[in-house]
Design a protein around this ligand. Structure first.
Ligand code: HEC
Ligand code: HEC
Ligand code: HEC
Ligand code: HEC
Ligand code: HEC
Ligand code: HEC
Ligand code: HEC
Ligand code: HEC
Ligand code: HEC
Length: 453
């Protein structure tokens, strides 16, 4: 090889070397950034074996397999096994059998391992309903690891098919209904603009669905024009929104019912059962010995007991129209199918008023129910003469009829042109019995007062 050639080669190599240098450097740094630590690799040496499992005390099988590839691709690739599995005893691990009672027991033992690095979601989760259920010993309520697989989890930013929402694993029937309703279909096609479970219920901060106004404010947060659009045809839309849960009209095939909620009229919220001192079920059972549903007297005596206990007259009943099951709350259809016909509700014998339930909120806000005889709705009028029943808040029914009339005559009578005044009296009576037994604060009352000035 001649000198010049050698020189040329040296130069070229240098040039190539310099040119490649960034690649080597970046390559190495990259490898260091992305590569698993020696400790993690050591764990995986034993654990990346398909089919390895451990039989637990209750005979369940715990898979010991952790895929290196999936772990490397997961969001936790920079986290060491031992960051979460800090209790592994290096000396004995894998050699001495460690008894584990069940899968659930193991999950529970790992439950706090997420806290350190995810303080915020952890705190939010702990304040939610699912965590309260876990604390109360509910074996089926989700821990972090029921919704997130630590070894394989991908970024939440990656859009996944709706079936992969973790909620579907446990709320299977609701998921199936949702997947076929307007939102599920829209979500499947268009992605994040349409809501999925966590959008309406929150993911970590899940609360009881029907407590308070339920999900109403979330709905209206997206459907900003909805209130105005309902006002176009529905008199006092705000009042209807308060007394009727949205799916009642928007799940057109759903069965409906009246929920008479025990309500604290001073605090302006549902009465809640205190932890450890359940009163409701005992009282409801005592008032309904033959278990055929509370009748009017039983309802009244139950209410009296709640009021006697608090020394006030604040316990009232507030009616709310709801669908009868969780599945039916997730069958929202397109608007052309929604209930628009006033007669669906404002008519004697309307379907919605054939089923009645009395509820108090449990400490988590979920309803505890007791059946009520549907005739109670009608007999509330009959009870007019019984003073005690005013304690419910059921004041001056006749006056309300006039109030309703006043409202209608005041201008929103347009869509009601075909209705006779006689009809109105009849309907108004039925309607008010059902959905709104608490009427002291009712707009109608005030309106009547104004109208009579
Ligand atoms: C020498 C092979 C080996 C190594 C290395 C190893 N494991 Fe294991 N591991 C096992 C075996 C075998 C079992 C089942 C033990 C039993 O049946 O009680 C096991 C069980 C487990 C379990 C199930 C729960 C339990 O405690 O039994 C976890 C979690 C676990 N290993 C994590 C790790 C982590 C993290 C590392 C690295 C720090 C690691 N392992 C390293 C062999 C190994
Ligand atoms: C971000 C936290 C975290 C990291 C990192 C992590 N694990 Fe786990 N691991 C868990 C949790 C939580 C469980 C319990 C899973 C459950 O509740 O179903 C678990 C369970 C296990 C089990 C029992 C079987 C199973 O899958 O439920 C094995 C074996 C295991 N881990 C091994 C490993 C190994 C090996 C590594 C490192 C490559 C690792 N883990 C990294 C959190 C982690
Ligand atoms: C009931 C199921 C469920 C439980 C339980 C749950 N998560 Fe989540 N989590 C989700 C879902 C679904 C998302 C995706 C949310 C989204 O797409 O906006 C998520 C997102 C996250 C995110 C990323 C976004 C954020 O909020 O920071 C983190 C981190 C997280 N979860 C950690 C946790 C931890 C830690 C726990 C336990 C304290 C936990 N999760 C419990 C379902 C759950
Ligand atoms: C040692 C710290 C550490 C621990 C412990 C840990 N994580 Fe993480 N986790 C991370 C890091 C780092 C990321 C990467 C994304 C980031 O920075 O948020 C991550 C990401 C996530 C994400 C995806 C967030 C997103 O934005 O897509 C979820 C979900 C999550 N972790 C759940 C858990 C759960 C559940 C546990 C407990 C079993 C846990 N983590 C324990 C460090 C940790
Ligand atoms: C590991 C199982 C599990 C997973 C996963 C799960 N849940 Fe739950 N959830 C339960 C259990 C158990 C209850 C209490 C019984 C019931 O009401 O169905 C509950 C209750 C609820 C309630 C209250 C119901 C009521 O009566 O008001 C809501 C809302 C809820 N879950 C929403 C979700 C959402 C949203 C997700 C996903 C982000 C989810 N759940 C994931 C088990 C689960
Ligand atoms: C568009 C908003 C929305 C979405 C999306 C949604 N829900 Fe709901 N969910 C509701 C409404 C509204 C109710 C009824 C609340 C009421 O009584 O007023 C409800 C009720 C519930 C309940 C209580 C059922 C009962 O028995 O009382 C559970 C559990 C629940 N949803 C879980 C889920 C799960 C799981 C998903 C995803 C598959 C989901 N929801 C998706 C709005 C939504
Ligand atoms: C008394 C029955 C009833 C109640 C209660 C009701 N809706 Fe409607 N809603 C309808 C009807 C009927 C339409 C279709 C109106 C039309 O097209 O003329 C409609 C239309 C809508 C639309 C489509 C608006 C548009 O024109 O684009 C949305 C969104 C909607 N409702 C949301 C809600 C929400 C959220 C609630 C609960 C706060 C609710 N609705 C309560 C009957 C009702
Ligand atoms: C995350 C935003 C979001 C939330 C929350 C939400 N929706 Fe929707 N909704 C949509 C989108 C997007 C569509 C499909 C596009 C459209 O028709 O507006 C839709 C469609 C509808 C439709 C059909 C409208 C039509 O034109 O036929 C009704 C009815 C409806 N939603 C009612 C509700 C009710 C009731 C709730 C609460 C229980 C709710 N939505 C919560 C985004 C949302
Ligand atoms: C899904 C059942 C349902 C449908 C459909 C319905 N309503 Fe109502 N309406 C109610 C309930 C329940 C109340 C009681 C609200 C309350 O307690 O004040 C009510 C109350 C009223 C009131 C009294 C409002 C106030 O100011 O107190 C009027 C007026 C009325 N409805 C008219 C109509 C008309 C007109 C239509 C048809 C365009 C209609 N409603 C459709 C259930 C319904």
């Amino acid at each position: 090889m001649g000198k010049t050639t050698w020189n040329f080669c040296r130069k070229s190599l240098l040039v190539i070397g310099v040119a490649l240098l960034p690649y080597f450097v970046v390559g190495t740094v990259h490898a260091e950034e992305e590569g698993l630590s020696t400790e993690t690799k050591a764990c995986l040496k034993c654990h990346d074996k398909q089919g390895e499992e451990k039989i637990l005390d209750n005979k369940e099988k715990l898979s010991l397999h952790v895929s290196t590839k999936a772990f490397e691709e997961s969001e936790h690739r920079k986290t060491d096994c031992e960051d979460c599995h800090s209790d592994i005893d290096a000396k004995n691990h894998g050699k001495v059998k460690k008894p584990i009672e069940s899968k659930r027991a193991y999950s529970l033992s790992m439950k706090d391992s997420c806290r350190e690095c995810h303080k915020k979601p952890f705190k939010v989760y702990e304040d939610g309903l699912h965590a309260a259920l876990v604390k109360a010993g509910d074996e089926k309520a989700p821990l972090c690891s029921d919704c997130h697989n630590s070894h394989t989890l991908r970024s939440v930013k990656i859009a996944t098919p709706i079936e992969e929402t973790p909620c579907a694993n446990c709320h299977e029937d609701i998921f199936k209904a949702y997947a076929r309703d307007v939102h599920g279909l829209e979500r499947a096609v268009k992605g994040k603009a349409a809501p999925i479970c966590g959008t309406c219920h929150k993911t970590h901060d899940v609360k009881a669905a029907s407590f308070g106004d339920g999900i109403k404010d979330n709905c209206l947060g997206c459907h900003k024009k909805a209130t105005a659009q309902h006002k176009d045809w529905l008199p006092n839309a705000a009042r209807h929104f308060e007394a009727i849960s949205c799916p009642v009209c928007h799940s057109p095939d759903a069965k409906r019912r009246v929920n008479l909620r025990l309500y604290d009229n001073a605090a302006k919220k549902q009465l809640t059962e205190k932890t450890g001192v359940p009163r409701f079920e005992k009282r409801a059972k005592a008032a309904d010995l033959s278990n055929i549903g509370l009748d009017e007297m039983a309802l009244w005596s139950l209410l009296t007991e709640f009021n006697r206990e608090s020394g006030t007259q604040n316990a009232v009943l507030r009616g709310r129209l709801e669908v009868r099951s969780g599945v039916e709350a997730h069958q929202i259809s397109e608007k052309s199918k929604a209930v628009k016909d006033c007669d669906t509700c404002h008519r004697p014998g309307a379907e919605a008023f054939q089923s009645v339930t009395l509820t108090i909120a449990d400490p988590d806000g979920r309803p505890i129910r007791h059946g009520v005889q549907k005739d109670v709705l009608n007999s509330l009028t009959a009870m007019e003469s019984i003073r005690g029943f005013y304690a419910i808040g059921s004041t001056r029914i006749k006056l309300l009829d006039y109030a309703l009339l006043a409202v209608l005559l005041a201008g929103i009578g347009g869509p009601l042109g075909h209705m006779t005044i006689k009809w109105l009296f009849r309907k108004a009576r039925e309607r008010r019995l059902t959905a709104q037994v608490d009427t002291r604060t009712m707009a109608g009352d005030r309106r009547h007062d104004e109208a009579s000035k």
